[in-house]
Design a protein around this ligand. Structure first.
Ligand code: AMP
Length: 216
């Protein structure tokens, strides 16, 4: 069992790898982005408050996402948690450490998924997912076998994210470099950081992550 963070800019492939780890190792993905999108879809007060912030590509407040994660940690995961898109600020990183400690748990590894910015634009602008099972696809690199039908569950409910466009992406990258990339140094200093080349083919990235996990 291991608790890990997948750390990297939007489009690095955190969600794709988290889904693999769920399937292969029985870990539980905790994506604050997914939780926030769910809150928007179900029309909660919080969902309405964060909608515009998310569409602009800015970060929502630390209090909101820390609250979401705290709630999820109440339910133990035998295979461990994959934190995907959280933490994104130093305050969130400290809060995560405290939350895990209060449950007698620790963080076992932080995996930085390294990519270059040009690749991110190409990845993000072609991205779509299955609204039913969450499988991730791409217009160019990984289209569904039958157009419009999910390979995994057969659903025709394909979704594109409102913030997967070039303007929002620029803002999301700016937020990443200003507020999230300091976490690389933070976890390096704690001796918890491993880096994988996230530009490699999906299976190779998965294998690199598996290697880190098997050592953790
Ligand atoms: P993601 O799906 O991880 O790319 O997140 C989509 C959007 O949700 C981000 O651009 C932010 O607006 C918001 N968000 C997700 N996770 C966080 C977080 N840990 N801290 C602040 N905002 C977040």
């Amino acid at each position: 069992m291991a608790n890990i963070i997948l750390l990297g800019p939007p489009g690095a492939g955190k969600g794709t790898q988290a889904k693999r780890l769920e399937a292969e190792r029985g870990m539980v993905q905790l994506s604050t982005g997914d939780m926030l999108r769910e809150a928007r879809t179900s029309g909660t007060g919080m969902g309405k408050r964060v909608a515009a912030v998310m569409d602009r590509g800015e970060l929502v407040t630390d209090e909101i996402v820390i609250g979401l994660i705290a709630e999820k940690l109440e339910k133990p995961a035998a295979g461990g948690f994959i934190f995907d898109g959280f933490p994104r600020t130093l305050k969130q990183a400290d809060a995560l450490g405290d939350l895990l400690a209060s449950k007698g748990q620790a963080l076992d590894a932080v995996i930085e998924m390294q990519v270059d910015d040009a690749a991110l634009v190409a990845r993000i602008t072609g991205r779509y997912t299955c609204g039913n099972c969450g499988a991730v696809y791409h217009d160019v690199t990984k289209p569904t076998k039958v157009p419009g039908i999910c390979d995994v569950c057969g659903s025709t409910d394909m979704k594109r994210r409102a913030d997967d466009n070039e303007d929002s992406l620029k803002q999301r990258l700016m937020e990443y470099y200003k507020k999230t990339s300091p976490l690389i140094g933070y976890y390096y200093a704690k001796g918890q950081l491993s880096t994988v080349d996230a530009l490699a083919e999906m299976g190779a990235v998965g294998a690199a992550i598996a290697k880190v996990l098997d050592k953790a």
